[in-house]
Ligand binder design. Structure first.
Ligand code: GCV
Length: 722
């Protein structure tokens, strides 16, 4: 090679990283274990130097277990992001310093006179601001606020925000921000799609897997402050001495992260593990048994959160077995917990197939007469919609109908009806749609989120629960994008008004890449993904037409077994039309909503089309807003759902090279599966409903590859239960 060629070659090699800088992945391989708490070195050298300059000294005042955790996290974050080990100084030094403390622990924070503001932010809130010397200050009333503030500060660095004009005030709008794990004691997870239960019951309490600490870090980073360790379909054994020792071991790991443990309590436990002959809440022995049990739990776990209870639902025992009401059952447990400060989260997910009433009306009918009868440490935990975590449901009419009772929201993070851990569906838009729904309970603006945050009815005790999607898979959630649902749930429980878009941006930049060219298209893909999931499964208000039991693939033909678990109960397709008439001339479920919501849902011309078939039985030739007939519109939704997944695939292909190959390929392959399965859903549903509509698939759409029998044949379902 001559000198000129050599020079050109060298120049090219030097310029190569510059030319392709944007395409250099942020990490070579990543198995997803670190979730959004990835602290890889910031590539932008100017920015890294700027951060280093501003963080030349770090001083954390105080010395509690939570402060230690905050310091550990900061250490971990800064040594990764800025590639710099930090030492904490004993005093705020000269020159730019990050100072963290409470007014009690730090004279410096006290001198900033933030006490009033901090008080208004409550126990968990924090400020991230600048002091008079332009130091960065993280201030809180309590050390848990400092831990939350530290995670927020790290989020700023991870998402490469400017630290110039810091003026952050943050406080949770909801008090109990809880994950519900449906983990069984045999290590399995009901509706868990990312492996089994993460608690290694057989190794506890002696061995505490380091994963428990990482679990706690992830939760604390988004403000989750409670975890229900076991399935609501509960096993009484969890309340025995041996298991309580294991529960205590977990509580000890979680405590420094501000996370309380709760247990799902089996109502019949006094019989099963207490040798009593009844669990009747009026029986004095039963009451004493629960009181003793509560004392026993609190002697081990002084900050135990309380009980979650699924009673008289889907075969679970409950007070109605003794002709007592839900309130009597809940109050008995609440009384036992009350001296210790514990709460009862009593689920409103109740329905019975012996009841001829429309299933979606039953919880409202059963619970509204009990409003005002619950003790003040009871929350009634209500699923977001009146049926069961469908891809889309109208909000549950109990929201806005029990002003005397704290109502807790229950969202499902695990994707029982949304393609398990295989389909990419970002659920923040679903959560947001429900939280932003207007109940009109006290006139316009009576949003569901105001019921939940207590502001509508002046409630102090508030809560939100999310049925977790976490399992033993290395990346916690199976699908790499399912991590976003855990993250989004936590962020919305902290602030229900944050918005899906902002949450997606945060999550993408922390989890994958800070490059705009990656964030923008991926964010758009995420934001569209929930509506796409609805399109190829249950468009226009269809619901519960999934495969029997598994709830994974299509099963609109399911017509055997208990009626309210069949699909035909819900879609009611016949030659005249399709949909469940819940108007005043049908089951009258609309009457459970306040006017004007009731009027809107009741009127076929006014009901939002997304709920059309939820509330009305509609003729096949009914004209939709688009000008299409109902039949054509239904077909259109199914086909466009599948087409949209192809666009998601294109989007993903367009960002190849921005992130590590490992996660890129994982998502790419899962999107291929999703496309295949969405097409299966589409073809199965279109062919099935065509039997009733008797109309052709419009010419614009290709015919399904197979006849209906193929999709119905269990042998062609390549996933059990598909
Ligand atoms: C834990 C649905 C699910 C069940 C779940 C139940 C519930 O019916 O399919 O697996 O049981 O909801 O929320 O209690």
């Amino acid at each position: 090679m001559n000198v000129a060629n050599f020079k050109t070659c060298m120049l090219f090699l030097i310029l190569l990283p510059v030319l392709f800088f944007d395409l250099i992945p942020d990490a070579s391989a990543d198995d997803g274990y670190r979730l959004w708490l990835r602290y890889d070195k910031i590539q932008d050298e100017d920015l890294r130097q700027d951060y280093l300059h501003q963080l030349r000294q770090i001083h954390y005042a105080g010395s509690s277990a939570r402060i230690e955790k905050a310091k550990e996290e900061l250490q971990r974050g800064i040594s990764g992001l800025l590639a710099q080990k930090i030492t904490f100084s004993d005093e705020p030094g000269n020159g730019p310093t990050l100072i963290a403390g409470t007014p009690e622990s730090s004279p410096h924070i006290r001198s900033m006179e933030l006490q009033g503001e901090l008080r208004s932010l409550g126990e968990d809130g924090y400020l991230i601001t600048r002091d008079r010397q332009n130091n960065i200050a993280i201030a809180a009333s309590r050390d848990i606020g400092l831990l939350y503030g530290t995670f927020h500060f790290l989020r700023l660095l991870q998402s490469q925000q400017s630290l110039q004009d810091l003026d952050i005030k943050s406080a949770p709008q909801i008090q109990l921000r809880v994950l519900n794990h449906w983990f069984n004691l045999d290590g399995t997870a009901e509706r868990g799609y990312a492996g089994g239960a993460i608690w290694q019951w057989e190794q506890l309490p002696d061995y505490k897997d380091p994963l428990y600490t990482d679990y706690a870090r992830a939760n604390a980073s988004v403000g989750i402050n409670g975890t229900v360790l076991n399935n609501v379909n509960s096993d009484a054994l969890i309340l025995t001495e041996g298991y309580l020792e294991k529960v205590k071991a977990l509580a000890d790991v979680f405590r420094p992260y501000g996370i309380k443990v709760y247990l799902s309590a089996r109502f019949s436990a006094p019989i099963e593990i207490g040798n009593l002959s009844t669990a009747d809440p009026r029986d004095p022995e039963v009451r004493r048994w629960w009181e003793k049990k509560a004392n026993e739990i609190y002697s081990r776990i002084p900050d135990f959160g309380g009980f979650l209870v699924k009673a008289n639902s889907e075969g679970q025992p409950g007070p109605q077995d003794y002709n007592r009401s839900h309130a009597e059952g809940a109050n008995m447990l609440a009384k036992a917990l009350s001296p210790h400060g514990g709460v009862v989260m009593w689920r409103a997910f109740v329905y019975s197939n012996e009841e001829p009433e429309d299933r979606v009306k039953q919880a409202y009918n059963e619970f509204t007469p009990l409003d005002g009868e619950f003790r003040d440490n009871v929350l009634v935990q209500v699923k977001n919609g009146p049926l069961d975590f469908q891809p889309r449901e109208p909000f549950h009419p109990l929201f806005g109908a029990m002003p005397e009772t704290p109502l807790m929201m229950e969202f499902q993070i695990t994707q029982e009806y949304l393609g398990f851990a295989t389909h990419l569906t970002y659920q923040a838009p679903l959560y947001e749609e429900v939280l932003d729904a207007d109940t009109y309970a006290k006139g316009e603006g009576s949003y569901v989120r105001k019921v939940i945050d207590g502001s509508l009815d002046d409630k102090q005790l508030t809560g939100m629960a999310g049925v977790a999607n976490i399992g033993t898979d290395r990346n916690w959630t199976g699908h790499p994008f399912a991590q976003a649902n855990w993250y989004a749930y936590g962020r919305l429980a902290w602030n229900p008004e944050l918005g899906s878009e902002r949450i997606a941006e945060e999550w993408i930049s922390m989890t994958f890449s800070n490059k705009e060219a990656f964030i923008e298209p991926v964010k758009e893909m995420m934001l569209a993904s929930r509506e796409i999931a609805v399109d190829y499964r249950t468009p226009l208000g269809l619901h519960h037409i999934m495969g029997y039991g598994s709830h994974y693939g299509p099963g609109p033909w399911v017509d055997e077994g208990r009626a309210d678990w069949t699909s035909v109960y819900y879609h009611r397709a016949d030659s005249s039309g399709i949909g469940f008439d819940r108007s005043t001339s049908g089951s009258n479920a609309v009457s459970q909503y306040h006017p004007p919501v009731k009027q809107q849902f009741n009127d076929i011309e006014k009901v939002p089309e997304k709920y059309l078939l939820w509330f009305h039985h509609v003729e096949w030739d009914y004209e939709l807003d688009s000008g299409r007939t109902l039949w054509e519109g239904l077909v259109h939704h199914y086909y466009s759902g599948v087409d949209s997944i192809r666009r998601m695939q294109d989007t993903w292909e367009s960002v190849e090279g921005y992130i590590d190959e490992q996660r890129y390929t994982h998502v790419a392959r899962l999107l291929e599966i999703q496309e295949k399965e969405a097409a299966f859903w589409r073809d199965a549903c279109v062919l099935y409903f065509q039997q009733f509509s008797g109309r052709p698939i419009p010419d614009a759409y290709p015919e399904p590859d197979h006849p209906l029998e193929y999709y119905q044949d269990p042998l062609n379902k390549y996933v059990p239960g598909l």
